[in-house]
Design a protein around this ligand. Sequence first.
Ligand code: COA
Length: 270
Amino acid sequence: MRTNVPLVLATQHGSLRLLTLNRADKLNAFTPEMLASLAAEIDEAVADAATRVIAVTGSGAKAFAAGNDIERLVSLDGVAAYRDMLAGQRALLSLHDCAKPTIAMVNGYALGGGFELALACDFIVASTNASFAFPEITLNTMPGWGGTQLAVAKMGLACAKRFVLSGNRFTAQECEAFGFIHELASPDKLFEVVQSVAATLAAYDPFAVEMAKRALNRASELPLSAGLDFEAAQYAVNFSSEGARAGLRQFMERKQARRSARSNPAPATP
Ligand code: COA
């Protein structure tokens, strides 16, 4: 019986907030309570000004997350399953839609809902012993937490069909070749690589990152002309921010300094 054990652990590492699914004995399979805790921790991290990047991972050495809890799914009727899918979509897609960059630190099995969680993040950094699958079809079901839509957006229709319709599990190395993994790392270096990816993202103006992420997300949802209009509007909003003015000004100041140095070279030392 688990009492008072947090189902999601939140730790701060500089500007990186790491959220760890904490149900290692069940390979971090999702219960509604764990999903609700994850959603609350995501909201909290998004609201925290000191947090610039959000990462999610699984506890234990074996799994990122082995999907929705099958023991519980068995007892659901159609309406309850529908509501469960909406709750999952809301929680996971909040990582996809939120204003901050998100990283899935995949440390083992990413199956079903676990794979959907990884795909909902902006970047996947995977351990060399990670593996990915949508096993739902082997249970005569299908992904329902955004998996069909996110898989197509992240890896293309042909590759998404390979995952969803075969149920086969693919290694991290194979998935890197499919193009949806940002970086691979050995298990002992995984967090180091995530921190390095996070440091790069955190170094940029958060508003510019937010505007660019929002425009990128709309690309798979809008026809080209509407997407371009949206991009131009995001560009203009960002352009009016102090960060954009400062970034452009600093570039010109550096250029001016180089020009002056070229036209007034320092006298050669005797
Ligand atoms: N739901 C509920 N429990 C799960 C689970 C899931 N999705 N995935 C793993 N578990 C539980 C197992 O039942 C087991 O619990 P127990 O110790 O009480 O029996 C525990 O986690 C450890 O898993 P186990 O199966 O013993 O580990 P394994 O190394 O032999 O196999 C997997 C690992 C991932 C291959 C196997 O657990 C599996 O196929 N899980 C289901 C994955 C899946 O279909 N996900 C999509 C769900 S829609």
